[in-house]
Design a protein around this ligand. Sequence first.
Ligand SMILES: NC(=O)c1ccc[n+]([C@@H]2O[C@H](COP(=O)([O-])OP(=O)(O)OC[C@H]3O[C@@H](n4cnc5c(N)ncnc54)[C@H](OP(=O)(O)O)[C@@H]3O)[C@@H](O)[C@H]2O)c1
Length: 445
Amino acid sequence: MADKPFSLFIFGGTGDLAKKKLFPSLSRLYQKGYLKGLDRVYSLARSKKEDWEQVVCQLDAGLGKLCNFIPFDAKDWSSYVELGKAIEKLKGQELIFFLSLSPYLFEDAIRNLGRLLRDYTNPRKIVVEKPFGFDLKSAKKLNDLLYRYFIEEEIYRIDHFLGKDTVQNIFSLRFSNAIFEGIWNRNFIDHVQIVALEKIGVEGRGEFYDKVGAVRDMLQNHMLQMLAFTAMEPPAQMSEKFIRDEKVKVLKNTHVQKLIRGRYEGYLQDAGVERSRTETFLCAKVFVENFRWHGVPFYLMTGKALAEKLTQITLVFKEMPQSFTRLLDCKPYQNRISFQMAPESKLRIAFELRPPTGRFLACPVETSMEYLFPTEFEEAYEVLLLDLVEGDQSLFIRGDEIEALWEIVQPYIDVSDEPFIYQKGVKVPPPAVDFLEREGRSWVL
Ligand SMILES: NC(=O)c1ccc[n+]([C@@H]2O[C@H](COP(=O)([O-])OP(=O)(O)OC[C@H]3O[C@@H](n4cnc5c(N)ncnc54)[C@H](OP(=O)(O)O)[C@@H]3O)[C@@H](O)[C@H]2O)c1
């Protein structure tokens, strides 16, 4: 429990993320008694928007009383002088600064805040939202700036995907069960598929998205994080340092062999741009070069405006050398383990069994497991905010890890080739179907 006194400062505390995720998550944590030490929550933005007040009204009443607003411009030093006046009153408390701002304001906020905090001895933490940088060079620059004022133990780089139960469950399933860990390698696994498909397009986010695209928005963070959890070695100890060390080792040995990019028809109108080379879809063949994964391809696919929302990791096992039974559908069969994160959280295992036919036949069956326990936390941000307050950095991205992530995708950023065009609502764009067919494989969706 977080009983030590602390106060939270949300820079951009009237924005979309604050309203939809941060405040509702804080409210639930507060209601459940997880934030006993919380003294004040300050929202900082240039204007106090009316709808922010409505959000505060809907919070747990106790939390609502702790909320304040400070008019603030992240670029303007005089705003930090005002912020200093609030900090004066919080002697001895831990101060948590959450940068829920446009990434274009991160540098100004870090530099000014760092300068201000030199006058205070309070313990402090700084949270930086994604995207952390726009490429390897800018991510390194942002890291250098952070290290000028903060130490790594005070820095929390967020990828909210890591707060999801199913992502952490990969870790639990792998490292708590002998039946899985023993087969988790190149001797048994043919290939791995990681997909994050979305039904929606870029509605409302076009201006931002056109500068980003799927490589930065999905591959550099969520997709490669799923890969890291799937491929990492067991940490020597279950502590944040060892967990993050193992993730970094995997990422430093990961490279993209081939990547194709697509864009849905109608994107230019949706995004409100005349011309663009930005991709809304990609699929890639990726290798992790180490003893465990040598020669095992990881196929990654993500895209917008597709037929269905689906986020899952599937491990496809090698074919059995010979089957003692005749297969009902006469196709060679490969076992599969799938971790599905969306639309539902579940684990699925597909294998072969004899149907009650009286003969030696086999047919594919699938077992699906959902959680037996009620979920304590509804939202990934609840998990991450609690870890932040408690000082557990396991699910946050370390400085060397963020640079390793950018290094993997750097060759595919700002490339000059035109993405292929696909129809809105298609299940998988045809070039991505061909991509896997040429490898003698098909997507498991
Ligand atoms: N929204 C999401 O679901 C989501 C999900 C994952 C990550 N993120 C990340 O979270 C961050 C915030 O995203 P968002 O969607 O909440 O953005 P947003 O809706 O545009 O909100 C931005 C906030 O920053 C404030 N702001 C803008 N300029 C400012 C300045 N110069 N000084 C101080 N405050 C300023 C805005 O209020 P004023 O204009 O009144 O100043 C507002 O409170 C981004 O880094 C984003 O990538 C968002």
